[in-house]
Design a binder for this molecule. Sequence first.
Ligand code: HXC
Length: 513
Amino acid sequence: MDKNQELTKRREEAKLGGGKLRIEKQHQQGKLTASERITLLLDEDSFQEIGAFVEHRAATFGLENQRIPGDGVITGFGTIHGRLVYVFSQDFTVLGGSLSETHAAKICRIMDLAMKNGAPFIGLNDSGGARIQEGVVSLAGYADIFFRNTRASGVIPQISVIMGPSAGGAVYSPALTDFIFMVEETSYMFVTGPNVVKTVTHEEVTSEDLGGAKTHAEKSGVNHFTAANDVECLKNVRDLITYFPQNAYELAPTTSVFKFSKSKLTKIEKILPENVSVPYDVRKLIDCIVDDTSFREVQKDFAKNIVVGFSRLEGRTIGVVANQPSAMAGVLDIDASRKGARFVRFCDSFNIPLLVFEDVPGFLPGTDQEWRGIITHGAKLLYAFSEATVPRITVITRKAYGGAYCVMNSKSIGADLVFAWPSAEIAVMGAKGAAEIIFKREIAEAADSQAKLLEKEAEYGDLFANPYRAAERGIVDEVIFPAETRNKLLIGFKMLENKAETLPKKKHGNIPL
Ligand code: HXC
């Protein structure tokens, strides 16, 4: 065999990974192989592999006879819509995609390149966890990755795609990245699997129920985006990344092709119900304001009382945070505060302006919330907004009550512009609750208590159930018609385009974790 033939042969061997039988098994399970996934994720022919011939150095428990080029992970770089990204894709056909010392070193190498070159890092995870035969060096390999994930946080966007098992300590790399995608039925994540759970807590639970895509989308909030299969999932990753800049020192790209249906300017006037107690879906409102079909909701099945997601205004990326009146009246609770805070911090890290739609009756009362720390968790959202230096605009559509008013990007915590619709009510609380407290004695002593309550409720309502007291004080900059909103936002964000604000010099803040 001449030297060229040898290279060709070696390349072919490396491509086969764990062999045809294991590839077939992977397909039978509805999963693509590591290299098929990379092909779908990246632009055609753009992938450049690094370390295809890397092999492990272990010689314990028979590993010396199982040296497969690549060592269970494909690493390299390529482009998505023409923009550079760094990628790893674990190959479950090679020792279950388990992470060895050299497998980890390959991942670390592309993470280092991603950091040096300021481009996003995407990990396609499909692994049985630490390579059991290797012991501690494999654990150290994980820790090397966690360290880099943390150091890269807020510098380059990091995305984890879970396309098979992700168990034990292995879950902490995805957890440290910005967004997690999961595939229905073929992916799962947990710190301890069903067997350990059964031994320790005597609970009987399947992998899917314990840590499948649905569970993490609805119950834990760990999963940000769910897809039906590998193909759909990778398409969604390609789409999401178009909303992000390459790194924290750049702006997100602007798309010159966008549409806005004029009919939405009429539709928006009819979204708010006459009765302030009647809910509406804030996503319809968002849709009437942003570029057509541009809204990408994040964590849509978790803490539905707050809606967060990326969108575009005349082709420019914005991050949207909105109270959702159709879920628990849009009240802020622990989960909503955590969800909102993390999203705000991502946007602020990556220079994505923030647009807030506010219709919030307050924080959720109750022992459950208090005992689980709504004080600390609610403070996360307050902290995240207060710390954000990106352009920030709030639109108060209806209720802006109590502490939740302060938290939802109020003027006092740094909103650059605050608009209110004529339907806005900005007060310490709703008129009925307020009347019951401040006129308690008068109401109790009145011949007709109910009539007195209604009278006092109306009195409080006349004063505060409108945006004008706030506008008089400059807390609201402008009262606008719903149909004017898009235009006001376009002008407002344009005006704020060169906003430069720096935080006081410090090592880092101490967000209430
Ligand atoms: C070495 C592994 C492996 C591992 C799987 N394999 N996991 N080899 N180390 N961690 C190998 C299997 O031996 C098998 O080899 C092949 O991969 C496919 O595995 P199967 O079991 O046949 O596949 P499947 O039935 O689909 O089950 C997948 C699985 C199971 C549920 C992931 O393999 C499993 O439970 N693996 C062990 C998981 C685990 O406990 N990992 C350690 C977690 S602790 P052959 O040659 O037969 O194809 C951890 C700590 C990280 O990760 C800490 C960081 C701080």
